[in-house]
Design a protein around this ligand. Structure first.
Ligand code: GLV
Ligand code: GLV
Length: 355
């Protein structure tokens, strides 16, 4: 192969590899055992000649890596993730490296995990499973693991982009929940969907669901019974959920986070869980991954899973394929990959290599 493309991790499926090989690329996959690679590890992988890298959200893609990639002749980097808070896009611009991410293919899979966590929290599935396995079940009881009925309750969505909107649709249609959402942008498509669904319910004589776009996040915190967080992580959303905002939520609310850990002040959350045993949380992401803040693992009212929201076979293969196409497109100078779902072909499309 004429071009050298590095993937910092083995990725699922073979399609992404074949796409690169067919187009004159030599693919090198890092097989180092340690889970999280350091900047030094990645600089060593980049070496003297590297045209593009497919990297992971656990890696710190800043000045050091983009300058190393540039020195090796590289022009393309793709995160195998939709979130790119681990990537300093300004540094990439500085060194003329195009940056891609993998939106679209993980929307439904991620929303389905948020829905799973919502249901698991509402129906106390993990606690009940532990009880069963511990051999504690000695007969049906009226009070055993009583949870919340979602139907007719209000689901609150903070950040109604692709994933937040898909989650909202699932909860509204699947469980006949009312919707309140907060986002800087209006989600017209979501509003149209809920409106049409409400009309449908009315036409069959059922109580229609309601929806509203909240004027402030506070409105969602106060009114929703289940709240799911779907913002991007940046300075404005760091610790969006903290001691104060938690205190505005209903005492028996359910909070779900499949976005990024630092959106929640996890120490404050542990306190809140201790003080409010009926408050429940479903977390896919953590403030200091792979660690949990002290006490979180002991809380019965918390469900914790290891950042697996996008982990369906279809989606992970799709993410790998999209990441490969991002890098390939840049290297070969194709007019970029044009899936209709894909609204961000390159995050910094207009980047120019330094003269
Ligand atoms: C996963 O967390 C992603 O951003 O794709
Ligand atoms: C519960 O199992 C019931 O039959 O009501």
């Amino acid at each position: 192969g004429k071009y050298r493309v590095v993937s910092t991790k083995p990725m699922p499926g073979t399609r992404w590899i074949n796409l690169l090989i067919e187009q004159d690329c030599r693919v090198e996959i890092c097989t180092q055992k340690k889970t999280i690679l350091s900047v030094e590890d990645i600089i060593a992988l980049i070496g003297d000649k590297c045209d593009g890298v497919i990297g992971q959200l656990t890696e710190d893609w800043g000045d050091a890596l983009f300058s190393a990639l540039r020195r090796a002749g590289g022009t393309a980097f793709s995160n195998m993730a939709v979130g790119y808070n681990n990537v300093d896009v300004n540094a990439a611009n500085k060194y003329g490296v195009a940056v891609g991410n993998t939106p679209g293919v993980l929307t439904e899979t991620t929303a389905e995990l948020a829905a799973s966590l919502s249901l698991a929290a509402a129906r106390r599935i993990v606690e009940a499973d532990e009880f069963m396995r511990a051999g504690l079940y000695d007969g049906w009881l009226p009070n055993l693991y009583v949870g919340n009925l979602l139907k007719g309750q209000t689901v609150g969505v903070i950040g109604a982009g692709r994933i937040g909107s898909a989650y909202a649709r699932m909860m509204v249609e699947g469980f006949k929940m009312n919707l309140i959402y907060y986002d800087l942008y209006q989600s017209t498509r979501l509003e149209k969907f809920v409106t049409a669904y409400a009309e449908f319910l009315k036409s069959t004589g059922e109580k229609p669901v309601t929806w509203k776009r909240a004027a402030s996040m506070d409105e969602v915190l106060r009114e929703a019974d289940v709240i799911s967080l779907h913002p991007v992580l940046d300075k404005t959303t760091f610790h969006l959920i903290n001691k104060e905002t938690l205190s505005r939520m209903k005492k028996e609310a359910i909070l779900v986070n499949c976005s990024r850990g630092p959106v929640i002040d996890e120490v404050a959350l542990v306190e809140h869980l201790k003080e409010n045993p009926m408050f429940r949380v479903g977390l896919d992401v953590f403030e200091d991954e792979p660690y949990m803040k002290p006490g979180l693992a002991d809380m019965k009212n918390a469900i914790v899973v290891p950042h697996i929201a996008s982990a369906s076979k279809w989606t992970r293969e799709g993410m790998a394929t999209l990441a490969a196409l991002n890098v390939l497109g840049k290297i070969k100078g194709y007019p970029v990959w044009s899936d209709p779902n894909r609204v961000e072909p390159f995050l910094n499309e207009n980047v120019r290599p330094p003269a």
